[in-house]
Design a protein around this ligand. Structure first.
Ligand code: NAD
Ligand code: MG
Length: 391
């Protein structure tokens, strides 16, 4: 099987690399990364890739040097990422973080490849577009988010019209039990430590605000074509149950497993077969207890914002994600506080409400990119006011 991995040097990328390294039937086409060219070159040599691409033009020479004598092609920049996505392959892992992951995955669909989609931002910003593109080219999108892989697995062999509801779980993040007053002083270091999952920095902080779960609610709607009111979120601090599907006969099918993304990645890699995977087996007696609680919309407004975005439809997902990305950057830079992130996203959406483009149907990558840029500009402007007023 021919494979390409976009975002190979990240958290999902490394887990994918681990699984690919254990197989002897893989032909690696392209691997891409960012500034970590040393690691990208190691991976490319180890998997004998045809091509290695860094997203940054100024990293080209370093990557070229790291791969000298290997015979592996080297390229750099955004256009090179797109060209890499157009190389014939059978299976593509989309694991770039953020809106930047949309275009390469979209291009991979056009050649009919199976898209293993970790980049949830693709569905949040351009769900209908991506689904249409997949159908047009007879390409398949397989979820690589633990919750969505769980739902996908629970739905196998079921009739989607018998589904009453889907419940995705949230760990609640590091601040699950914190008061609003405590949240006001939450630091970057505290937000960047996840209680149960080991992930990239951005998604880890998104888990602390519950923005990750907000993105995932929208992602659920796009994958499974459900009505927003059919999608529920439950806080489950142990992260053992990843999702549950409720059917019209009252049955709830739950998916349980250790918090290890290699399960969802491996499921997508081996689909439709279920191959052996190096995942820790659960000892339920030792776990002893699984607990659940309702998410608190007062301390964590992100889920409410996701509901508004689903009502608005159109380009609201792209605006929501873009504003969230800016808010995250501003928090990481120390310009705004933890709770300002949700405030900034809400203000950005509010200021776009009078813009007709917000609710226009998603037509193309270009309209999504335009909304992305507009929302980023507004959020950046609003953030600078927050910084100066201290609010
Ligand atoms: P990460 O930050 O660890 O890695 C991101 C990868 O993308 C790196 O290879 C980086 O070099 C590359 N990259 C970053 N910005 C880029 C850009 N502008 N252009 C091109 N490449 C760029 O991220 P991650 O935690 O692996 O997450 C990747 C995606 O998977 C995200 O969309 C995330 O929401 C999703 N996801 C991650 C996990 C997890 O356990 N980490 C779980 C579910 C879903
Ligand atoms: Mg998830």
């Amino acid at each position: 099987m021919r494979v390409s991995v976009f975002g190979a040097t990240g958290s999902i990328g490394e887990s994918t690399f681990d699984l690919l390294s254990r197989r002897d039937d893989i032909e690696t086409v392209a691997l891409t990364g960012g500034r970590n060219v040393t690691r990208l070159a190691q991976q490319a040599r180890s998997l004998s890739a045809q091509l290695a691409v860094t997203a940054h033009d100024d990293c080209y020479l370093a990557l070229k040097q790291a791969l000298s004598g290997s015979g592996i092609e080297v390229a750099a920049g955004t256009d090179a990422l797109i060209a890499a996505a157009e190389r014939p392959t059978d299976w593509v892992m989309s694991a770039i973080v953020g809106a930047a992951g949309l275009a390469p995955g979209f291009r991979a669909l056009a050649q009919g490849a199976t898209l293993a989609l970790a980049n949830k931002e693709s569905l949040v910003t351009a769900g209908p577009l991506l689904m249409r593109e997949a159908a047009r080219h007879n390409a398949r999108i397989l979820p690589v988010d633990s919750e969505h892989s769980a739902v996908f697995q629970a739905l196998t062999g079921e009739d989607i019209t018998t589904v009453e509801r889907v419940i995705i779980t949230a760990s609640g993040g590091p601040f699950r039990t914190w008061s609003k007053a405590q949240l006001a002083g939450a630091s970057l270091a505290q937000a960047a430590k996840h209680p149960t999952w080991d992930m990239g920095q951005r998604i880890t902080i998104d888990s602390a605000t519950l923005f990750n779960k907000a993105l995932e609610v929208i992602e659920t709607r796009e994958y499974f074509d459900l009505r927003p009111e059919q999608i529920e979120v439950i806080v489950h601090p142990q992260s053992i149950i990843h999702a549950l599907v409720g059917f019209r006969d009252g049955a709830l099918m739950a998916h349980l497993g250790a918090p290890d993304m290699r399960h969802a990645i491996g499921y997508a890699l081996n689909w439709p077969e279920r191959a052996a995977l190096p995942i820790a087996r659960l000892d339920l007696a030792q776990l002893a207890q699984l607990s659940f609680e309702a998410p608190d919309p007062d301390r964590f407004p992100a889920l409410r914002l996701a509901r508004e975005v689903m009502e608005l439809r159109g380009h609201a997902g792209a605006a929501f994600n873009a504003a969230k990305e800016v808010a995250l950057d501003e928090f990481i830079a120390g310009h705004i506080g933890f709770q300002d992130m949700a405030l900034l996203v809400e203000r950005t959406i509010d200021s776009l409400l009078s813009n007709s483009g917000l609710t226009d149907a998603v037509e193309s990558l270009e309209t999504v990119a335009a909304m992305n840029q507009m929302a980023r500009d507004i959020a950046t402007r609003l953030a600078s006011r927050m910084t100066s007023s201290g609010a």
